[in-house]
Structures are given as C-alpha cells and as structure tokens.
Unconditional design. Structure first.
Length: 442
C-alpha cells in the first residue's frame, strides 16, 4: 500500500476520508484521471504516479479500483525549491507499481456531477470547467467575530461535494442576487464547504440576509466552486489579509504547511474583536502576525515586502486600499509574483474606444453590434446567445470567454498583466474591444 510512504499525519487524514472521496473522483474514468492529474499539476505540484518520489513532502492520494483496493498512489509533491516539512520523514525507495489510466476505468458518474445541473462555460480554460448549482443545507452557522459569521454547508442527502483548491470561491444564490464567498474550510473535507460572511451595512442585502435570516437547517442555492486565485508553487509565501480577506488565505496557509513551504501571514483588521479565525491561527506561532489597527496601526507593508526571497510569492486579499497599497509597492515586480483577489472591482479608466464595435460569435457566425452603452454580455444575450454570468463586475470569473481574434480591452479585476497581454480570454460583463471587430468562441 503505497500510502504507507506518506507522513503518518497525512495517512491518517487521507484514510479518514470516506472511500468514495477518492475512488469516484479519481478513477471514474481514464479521462477523469488525466484531468485530475492535470489539475494537480496546474496547482503547481509535481505528480508522480505509481510511487512516492523521494522529494515528496506533502500529500499522497490513493487510487482505488472499483472494489476499493488501493492500486496506486498519486504523490502531490512540493516543487524542488520547496523545503521539506520537518514533520515529513525521509521517504523510502519507491515500491514497484505502475498503473496506466486505462487500468483504472470505472464508468460511474463522478460524484460531483450529481450535485446539480452543470453549465458548461464558453472559454478555453472555462470549457474544461463547469459551474454547478445546487441546494445545500446550512449545517452550522457560527459567529466568529463582530460582524462575521461562518456558514458550513452540506448536501441535504449527505452526498459529497465537488472538489476545490485553495483560493476557490462559491456563489451563494441569495434573495436580491448572487454573491461570491471564498471557501475557507478544510479542502480535504469532501462533504462540507465553509464560507465566512462579513455584514456589509451599505451592501445590497446579501450579507444582511445571511446574518439575519439564514438559519441552520435552511437550504441555500450554491454555484461553483471556481478558482481565480489559485496557489502556485513557491518555496516561500507571504500572505497579506485585511479583514474578511483572510478567508481565501486560510486554506492556502494550510496547503503551504502541507507541502513544507516557508510562509508568513500578515493579518490586519480594525480591532481584534472584528478579526475572525484568530483561534484557528493561534496554533501557527510566529508564522502569523496579527495587527489590530486600534492596537498597532496599519500593516507594515514596507517591512513585510522587503527582503523577500526571489522565489517568494505574495497573495493578498482585503479591502481596495490595502490591495492598492501592495500593488503600488510591488510595481515593477516580475509578473505573477504578486496575486491579489478583489471582492470589489478595481477602478478602471475610460474604455479604449468610445465607438460601437462588432462581436462575431464563431459558433453561429452571428454578428452583434455593441454600442458604447451596452456590455458585450448584454449585447450577445439580447442576440439570443446568453453567457453564464454572476457578478457582472469582472470579479467572479463566471463569464470567462475565449477570444479567437481581435484585441480585448480588459476591464476586469481578475487577469494579471501576462494574461491580459495574451488576449485569449476576456470577461464580457465588463471588458470591451480595442478593435472594430472581436471574434469570440460563442
Ligand atoms: S460575471 Fe463575474 S466576471 Fe463576468
């Protein structure tokens, strides 16, 4: 049993999962297996099928045949630059085992697909993803700080939920509209999602509904999960959180811990009473720096960002002033070293062009004129080609669409500079065209 070569604590966690957690997800089909491995790779880890690589510092996922026997293991390893976790024992030589995807065929439906209707998105990256909407039950509602509650959500029939990775969010379908909330629970818990919700007094009513109306036992519509803020490999991470911005970072620092990366969290808030999850963070010692503004003032970004190792990655989530401050200090950094997640759309200048442009929909050949007062999303929707959307402000990623020709005028808060320059996807809820004509894969 190859899992025996993983660290003991990890073995316990993996084996504590219900059998179907890994059986159905991992080997529902050879295709599914390939996608799983590709997904793990895009999370930035090396996958070693058939044995635990000597450099393995993190997770090992057992692959089981239909009768539940372990037939192989997938080792999820830190990159070579990552330091080994002090808890990880040295790995023994790999046992001889190699299982081809075709050996693992099992034509059952992946468990996640049972969770509700799946909508395929239009873009190239998006085409590999689906957005599922389902009704989940509020299994627990807890006040974790002044103005902050967590909801733990579960399938009403106890079914497992679609997998997710650190940085992912879900949509909550609330009266008055859809809202996005980062998943902040245990990504290895296949049966529960946890989100943290800040009451926003000037908001549109979504957070007030969660705080004042939604109760344990209630059903709530949930879409996703989706991930626009994935954790990429690094030997060192700096996480910076402001207020409720701590939520997407919680699973990231657990992941950094698992792969043995060096990490530090700088967490600011108005006061200790308003800062959630302090009890969970207390066990991380001096990895975590708590900075209540009424005790210590603003976050010392200058010190935190100075002297970071060259391979360090910085992940920031919080209110716009914090994100703006970090971005201005990191101007000129190599692309990708800084990743931010915005709950509120970034300020955008005027569109590149103020005249109408044409969008050609490649799948139907339809040509749609987009006037300066319409979004591409609305214009193509009015022409009878609806695109799945949610936030309509360029922050959630739902409407991601592949660009086949033309240059988009990116106005979202999701793509980094490299992705913008590539110009192969756009978010039509906000983004427009720099050229007379744009061809979209719709
Ligand atoms: S609908 Fe959210 S990014 Fe377009």
């Amino acid at each position: 049993m190859l899992l025996a070569h993983a660290p003991t604590e990890l073995q316990d966690r993996v084996l504590a999962q219900p059998l179907e957690t890994f059986t159905e997800h991992t080997i529902a089909s050879a295709d599914r297996l390939r996608r799983t491995l590709a997904e793990v790779r895009t999370q930035g880890y090396v996958v070693c099928r058939g044995h635990i690589h000597p450099e393995a510092a993190g997770a090992a996922v057992p692959l089981r045949s239909g009768d539940g026997a372990v037939v192989a293991a997938v080792a999820v390893m830190s990159p070579t630059t990552t330091r080994r976790s002090p808890r990880s024992p040295p790995c023994r030589p790999p046992p001889a085992a190699s299982v081809e995807p075709s050996d693992l065929l099992d034509h059952r439906e992946p468990a996640g697909a049972r969770c509700g209707p799946a909508h395929t998105l239009g873009g190239s990256r998006a085409r590999e993803r689906t957005v599922r909407e389902t009704m989940l039950r509020v299994a627990e509602k807890r006040v974790v700080a002044e103005g902050v509650v967590t909801l733990t959500l579960a399938h009403p029939d106890g079914e497992r939920l679609p997998d997710w990775a650190p940085g992912a969010h879900v949509d909550l379908l609330l009266p008055g509209g859809t809202r996005q909330y980062s998943l902040c629970g245990d990504r290895w818990d296949a049966h529960h999602y946890r989100v943290g919700v800040l009451r926003e007094p000037g908001g549109r009513g979504g957070s007030a509904h969660v705080h004042d109306e939604l109760a344990e036992g209630d059903l709530v519509g949930v879409g996703g999960p989706r991930n626009n803020f994935g954790l990429v490999p690094a030997g060192h991470y700096l996480f910076v959180a402001g207020g409720i911005g701590i939520t997407p970072l919680l699973p990231m620092l657990r992941q950094a811990e698992i792969v043995g990366a060096a990490w530090h969290l700088l967490y600011g808030g108005r006061s200790r009473a308003t800062m959630g999850f302090l009890d969970e963070l207390a066990g991380h010692g001096d990895h975590v720096e708590i900075v209540p503004q009424d005790e210590r003032g603003l976050l010392d970004l200058g010190t935190a960002l100075a002297d970071l190792p060259a391979d360090a990655r910085v992940y920031v989530c919080g209110p716009p002033p914090l994100l703006d401050a970090v971005e201005s200090r990191c101007a000129g950094w190599a692309p990708g070293r800084l990743r931010t997640e915005r709950f509120v759309a970034a300020e955008q200048g005027a569109p590149v062009r103020d005249a109408a442009f044409e969008v050609e929909l490649a799948r139907s050949g339809l040509r749609v004129s987009v006037d300066p007062r319409s979004s591409v999303l609305d214009a193509v929707g009015a022409a009878g080609v609806p695109v799945l959307s949610s936030c309509r402000s360029g922050t959630c990623g739902t409407c991601e669409t592949t660009v086949l020709a033309g240059r988009p005028d990116h106005r979202d808060s999701l793509l980094d500079d490299d992705e913008r320059a590539a110009g192969d996807v756009m978010f039509p809820c906000v983004s427009r065209s720099r050229d007379d004509r744009l061809v979209l894969d719709l």
